[in-house]
Design a protein around this ligand. Structure first.
Ligand code: 5GP
Length: 191
């Protein structure tokens, strides 16, 4: 997606060889016009799938997942992130490490929001090692819902997450792939 690549070139900063700061686009601020375009692109790529719900993880996945759900005409559910889990019998729960915060959090989805009747599209902002995605996949599995596909705004393809999900057999669509952040430079992957 050239429009997104251009905005990343202009607005992203390399924090380290593994981390990109994208506050104005994805992780702190939101451009509604761009976000709607991303949502429409995901809706186009998964148009053949019988999707009943879009699912994401709070907080940075929500705007683009909302745009996708709006375009597809289906509801959106976002997994809540909590630091400690005492007892939530009414929720599906999975513990995942957080890539940027260096802590472990619990993902929670209320049982009444997801069930075997659902065919879901999972949308997220960035994939690195894939821990958050794997956690959400386990929640989808617990619920009995069917996972129709995974849409990621930005895949850092030098980290293992996207590849691991494709190896599990899922349709994974990344709007932009970054091959390297070495030398303080953003190098996009070819495809
Ligand atoms: P993973 O679980 O795939 O290792 O990391 C996924 C989550 O960590 C993403 O949803 C995103 O919020 C955050 N994350 C991973 N890599 C980056 C990065 O380079 N920059 C920012 N801002 N967030 C990231």
């Amino acid at each position: 997606m050239d429009m997104l690549k251009q905005r990343i070139r202009e607005e992203a900063t390399v924090v380290s060889a593994g981390v990109l700061k994208l506050d104005s686009l994805l992780n702190h601020g939101v451009d509604p016009v761009l976000t709607m375009e991303l949502g429409k692109e995901f809706a186009r790529r998964f148009a053949e799938r019988p999707i009943t719900k879009v699912i994401t993880i709070e907080s940075s996945g929500i705007p683009v997942a909302f745009a996708t759900a709006l375009t597809l005409g289906v509801p959106l559910v976002f997994a809540r992130r909590k630091k400690t889990l005492l007892n939530e019998p009414d929720a599906y729960c999975e513990r995942v490490p957080s890539f940027t915060k260096g802590i472990v959090t619990d993902l929670l989805v209320s049982r009444h929001l997801l069930g075997p009747e659902d065919s879901v599209l999972f949308i997220d902002d960035i994939i690195a090692n894939g821990d958050a995605a794997r956690g959400l996949l386990k929640i989808i599995e617990q619920s009995g819902a069917r996972l129709e596909g995974i849409g990621i705004v930005l895949e850092k393809s030098f980290q293992a997450g996207g590849k691991a999900l494709r190896e599990l057999g899922f349709q994974v669509e990344s709007l932009v792939k970054i091959a390297s952040l070495e030398g303080n430079e953003i190098t996009f992957a070819e495809d």
